[in-house]
Design a protein around this ligand. Sequence first.
Ligand SMILES: [Zn+2]
Length: 110
Amino acid sequence: MSLFDDHFAAKNAASARAWAMDEEKKKRDKREPLPPKMGVCDKCHREALVRPYRSRQADKMDGATSFGTVTRLLCEECAPKSRRERDAEVPQLSNKQVKNLMRSAKKGLL
Ligand SMILES: [Zn+2]
């Protein structure tokens, strides 16, 4: 019986340590995004599961640009993509860039 008790005590101590570590982790992870909750997306204004996202925003006031951090509730669709996903994306060319590209291509052909 004492063997069982020792085992139980060891297991208990281990889980107590694990719990303490979890608590420490929770404290450190406080700034991580919160789990999604029902709300209205700030971008598409649909009711969906949203998460608060902090983003940098530049405001132009009286000719001076000030940078601030705003928190927006965004649904999964509108949520900013992770850096890895962004890197995998093919850069989208603007109309102007496409025109410039076409022009230089034509110049090269002529
Ligand atoms: Zn949205």
